[in-house]
Design a protein around this ligand. Structure first.
Ligand code: COA
Length: 705
C-alpha cells in the first residue's frame, strides 16, 4: 500500500492511517481513492473488525480534500461526471461497511476530507488550533460533489448546512461539536484515550445509542416543506445581495439541497453530481482555482534569499485610520505595540479604533471579552520618545508629507536599536527618497497596506535602492504573520495597484466630463463585477486624495496620466466624497443619490454606450498593467492579478485583470486600444509588451494565443 497503513489489534479495533508519501498533505487524488477503494473491498469481508478508525500521519492535516489539480484539468462533462461518481461511490461504500467507522480529525479536514468523514459512522475532532473543518468548494466555483450536500444537513440541520457550504466556513473542533458535525472534541493529547473509549463502547455495544441521543440533525420546523421554501428563498436572497449573481456555485448549492431534500441518497447524489458537472467546466471555476494556486505559491514566496528576523515588539507612529488598523493587525498576532502619539487624546482615539475592530470580531463570536482584554493589554502609548529602545519594528503611517516623515525617522533613529526595521505605509512617496538622510537606510522599507486594514489582505512591499534583503525577508514574514498577503513591487510612482487603478478612475472622470452618465457608468462597472462603481470608489477614497495622487502620477508618467482638473474643481467646492457627504454622489440621505450640482462641471454632452465604457475603463488598466510587467514592477502576471483582486476587489470570478485580458486576446486588445487612441488620445497607445506579445502570439498565463 502506498497511501495508507493498516493495522488491527487483538480486540478487532482496526486503524487506517492516511500517509501520502513525500508530501506534507493528504489529498484524495484518483490514485489514493483507488487504493482506499481496494482497501474497503478487502476490509468489508473481514469478520474480525469491530471498528475502523481513520487517521492521518500528517502534522496539522487530516485530509485536504479532493485533488484540485484534477478538477481543474477536467475539460468535458463525461470526464467530470465519471470523476465525481467515483468519489460518491467510494464514500457510499465506506458508509455501508458492516462495522462502525470513525474519522479522527486532527488538523485540516476540508472538502473531500470532510465528505469522507461524513460518510463515517462517527467523527472525533481535536480542539487544536490547526483543526479546521469545512467544505470550501464554493470558493473554487464548484460544490461539494462527494455527498457533502446530501450528508451534512442530516447532522447540522438544513439552514446551517446551507450557511456552512455557501459561506465556505471552516469550523474549529469545539464549534463543530456544538453544531453536531462531530460527536466528540478533545485536546490532541487525549485523542488516543478517546479512541480507546470509543473502541470499548463499540465492543460493549453502547456507543451508538449514546451518540444518537446527542445528535441534533434537522430542526423540527425544517421538516416542514413551506418552512424550507422560506429558508431557501432567504438564503438565495442573501447570496444575490452579496454576489450580484456573478457566482453560480452558491446558488447551485441551495438549488441542489432544496431539490434533493427528501429524495433517496442515490437520487440526491445524482442531482449533486449533475450540478458539479455544470459548475466545474465554467471559466469561473477555472479562474477561482487558478487564484487558489496563485495564493498557495504566494504563501511560500519570501521575495528574498535572506533569513527573516523575529519581530516581537513593534511601534506605530501616526495613529489615524491606517496606523490604528495596522496596530490592530500586529496586536491581533500578540505582538506588543507601542504607539507614538502627539497627545493623550490621540492615544485614546487610537485605542478606541483598535477596540472597535475587536468588538466586531467579538460580535461574530470569534473572540471572548477576556481574550480581547488580554490583547489590548499589549498596547501601550507614549507622547515622548521613551520605551522604544527594545522595538524591533517601527511602522510610520503619518500624513503624506516627506519632510514630516523624514523628521520622524531622524528622531526615531536616536532611540531605536540599530537593527530595528523602519517601514513606511506611504502610498505615493518614493521609498529611496524617504530613506535619504537616514543613518541606516538598509533597514528602511515600504509596506503599503490597504484600507480597511482589518479586511484588505494585500500589502505591497517596496524596497528602496538601499533596502537590504534581510529587511525584505523580515517584513514579508511579518506581513504573513499578520494574516496578509505580501507582494513585492518595484519602486515606481503609485507602486503597483494605485498605478493601475488611478488611470481607471481618471478615465471615469473623463467619460463624465464628455457627457457620460455617472450612474450608467457605475452600473456598467458593477455589472462587470467590480465591487463598486468608479465614482463611488473615488467618493470613498476621497476626491482630494484622488486629485493629489493624480498630480504625483502626472509628474512621474507625463502625458498619459494627466492631472485631474475635474477632481481639482471638486476639491475647490469641498465635494470631497463621503467624508464631506458630497462628491459625485450626495450622502445626505440614507441611500446615496446623485449630486445634483455635479453636472455643472460637465463639459460635453456625448452619450456613451456600455461597450465603450467597459473598453475605456478596462483597457486603460490592462495597458498600464503591461507597462508594469515590462518594467518589472511585479514579478509576473499572476502576482499582478492577485494584487488587483486583493487590493482593489477586481472580480475574482474573472480570474484577475490579465487573465481577463487573455479571454479578450492580445490582438483584439491592441485593435481596440488603437481605436480608442484615435478617438480619445495617446494615453491608449498600446504598450511595447503588448505589441511584442502579439508578434510572438503569447498570452499572459502562458501558452500560445
Ligand atoms: N488539491 C491539490 N493540491 C492541494 C490541495 C488539494 N485539495 N490541498 C493542498 N494542496 C497542495 C497545495 O497547493 C500545496 O502545493 P505546493 O506544495 O505544490 O505549493 C501543498 O498541497 C500544501 O502545501 P503546504 O505548504 O504543506 O500546506 P499549507 O499549510 O500551506 O496549506 C492547506 C495546506 C490544506 C490548508 C491548503 O493547501 C488548502 O487550503 N488547500 C485547499 C483545500 C481545499 O480547498 N479543499 C477542497 C477541495 S475539494
Amino acid at each position: 500500500m502506498k497511501y495508507f497503513n493498516y493495522k488491527m489489534d487483538k480486540q478487532g479495533i482496526a486503524t487506517l492511517r492516511f500517509d501520502t508519501p513525500k508530501s506534507t498533505v493528504n489529498i484524495f487524488t484518483s490514485e489514493a481513492m483507488r487504493e482506499f477503494d481496494e482497501l474497503l473491498d478487502m476490509l468489508y469481508h473481514d469478520k474480525d473488525i469491530k471498528a475502523l478508525f481513520i487517521e492521518s500521519s500528517k502534522e496539522g492535516i487530516f485530509i485536504a480534500g479532493a485533488d484540485i489539480h484534477e478538477i481543474k484539468q477536467a475539460d468535458n462533462k463525461k470526464q467530470i461526471d465519471a470523476y465525481v461518481k467515483n468519489g460518491q461511490d467510494l464514500f457510499t461504500k465506506l458508509e455501508n461497511v458492516p462495522f462502525p467507522t470513525i474519522a479522527m480529525i486532527d488538523g485540516v479536514c476540508l472538502g473531500g476530507g470532510l465528505e469522507m468523514s461524513l460518510a463515517c459512522s462517527y467523527r472525533i475532532a481535536t480542539t487544536n488550533s490547526h483543526t479546521r473543518i469545512g467544505l470550501p468548494e464554493v470558493k473554487l466555483g464548484i460544490l461539494p460533489g462527494f455527498g457533502g450536500t446530501q450528508r451534512l444537513y442530516k447532522l447540522v440541520g438544513y439552514a446551517k448546512a446551507i450557511e456552512l457550504i455557501v459561506g465556505s466556513k471552516l469550523l474549529r473542533g469545539e464549534k463543530a461539536l456544538k453544531l453536531g458535525l462531530v460527536d466528540a472534541c478533545v485536546p490532541r493529547g487525549y485523542l488516543e484515550f478517546k479512541k480507546e473509549e470509543f473502541g470499548q463502547e463499540i465492543v460493549d455495544g453502547i456507543l451508538d445509542a449514546k451518540i444518537q441521543a446527542k445528535r441534533k440533525g434537522l430542526l423540527w420546523y425544517e421538516k416542514i416543506a413551506p418552512v424550507r421554501t422560506v429558508i431557501t428563498k432567504m438564503a438565495k436572497k442573501q447570496v444575490l445581495a452579496k454576489t450580484a449573481g456573478h457566482y453560480p456555485a452558491p446558488l447551485s448549492v441551495i438549488d441542489v439541497m432544496y431539490e434533493s431534500y427528501g429524495k433517496s441518497l442515490e437520487e440526491g447524489l445524482k442531482i449533486e453530481r449533475e450540478a458539479v458537472g455544470l459548475l466545474a467546466l465554467t471559466p469561473i471555476s477555472k479562474n477561482l482555482i487558478e487564484l487558489f494556486f496563485i495564493s498557495e505559491i504566494l504563501k511560500k514566496e519570501s521575495f528574498s534569499k535572506a533569513k527573516a528576523k523575529e519581530i516581537q515588539q513593534s511601534s506605530i507612529v501616526g495613529t489615524g485610520t491606517m496606523g490604528s488598523g495596522i496596530a490592530w493587525a500586529l496586536n491581533n498576532q500578540d505582538i506588543d505595540v507601542r504607539l507614538k502619539v502627539r497627545s493623550s487624546e490621540s492615544a485614546a482615539k487610537a485605542v478606541v479604533k483598535i477596540r472597535n475592530i475587536y468588538e466586531g470580531i467579538k460580535k461574530r463570536g470569534r473572540l471572548s471579552e477576556r481574550a480581547v482584554a488580554l490583547k489590548m493589554d499589549k498596547i501601550t502609548s507614549a507622547t515622548e520618545y521613551v520605551g522604544f529602545q527594545n522595538c524591533d519594528f517601527l511602522l510610520e503611517a503619518v500624513n503624506e508629507d516627506s519632510a514630516l516623515k523624514q523628521k520622524i525617522y531622524a528622531e526615531f533613529e536616536e532611540v531605536l536599536k540599530e537593527d530595528a526595521i523602519i517601514a513606511s505605509n506611504t502610498s505615493s512617496i518614493s521609498i529611496s527618497n524617504l530613506a535619504k538622510g537616514l543613518k541606516h537606510p538598509h533597514r528602511f522599507v515600504g509596506m503599503h497596506f490597504f484600507n480597511p486594514v482589518e479586511r484588505m489582505p494585500l500589502v505591497e512591499i517596496i524596497a528602496g535602492d538601499k533596502t537590504d534583503d534581510e529587511t525584505i525577508a523580515t517584513v514579508v514574514k511579518l506581513s504573513k504573520q499578520m494574516g496578509k498577503t505580501p507582494i513585492k513591487v518595484k519602486e515606481s510612482a503609485g507602486f503597483l495597484v494605485n498605478r493601475i487603478l488611478l488611470p481607471y478612475l481618471k478615465e471615469a472622470t473623463l467619460m463624465f466630463e464628455e457627457g457620460g452618465d455617472i450612474k450608467m457608468i457605475d452600473k456598467t462597472l458593477l455589472d462587470f463585477g467590480m465591487p463598486m462603481g468608479a465614482f463611488a470608489l473615488i467618493d470613498t477614497v476621497g476626491v482630494d486624495i484622488g486629485a493629489k495622487v493624480s498630480v504625483i502620477l502626472h509628474e512621474a508618467y507625463g502625458e498619459r496620466m494627466q492631472e485631474s482638473l475635474l477632481m481639482n474643481e471638486m476639491v475647490g467646492k469641498k465635494w470631497l466624497g463621503k467624508k464631506m457627504q458630497k462628491g459625485f454622489y450626495d450622502y445626505g440621505s440614507k441611500k446615496p443619490t446623485l449630486n445634483l450640482e455635479i453636472t455643472t462641471l460637465q463639459k460635453g454632452s456625448t452619450a456613451l454606450d456600455k461597450e465603450t465604457v467597459l473598453h475605456r475603463s478596462l483597457l486603460i488598466m490592462i495597458n498600464e498593467a503591461t507597462r508594469c510587467l515590462e518594467e518589472d514592477v511585479v514579478a509576473n502576471a499572476r502576482y499582478l492579478d492577485m494584487a488587483m483582486v486583493m487590493g482593489t476587489g477586481f472580480p475574482a470570478f474573472r480570474g484577475g485583470l490579465l487573465r481577463y485580458a487573455d479571454t479578450i486576446g492580445v490582438d483584439k486588445i491592441i485593435k481596440i486600444l488603437n481605436q480608442l487612441r484615435a478617438a480619445y488620445g495617446d494615453r491608449f497607445t498600446p504598450s511595447h509588451l503588448l505589441l511584442d506579445m502579439a508578434q510572438k502570439e503569447m498570452t499572459f498565463y502562458g501558452g500560445a494565443s
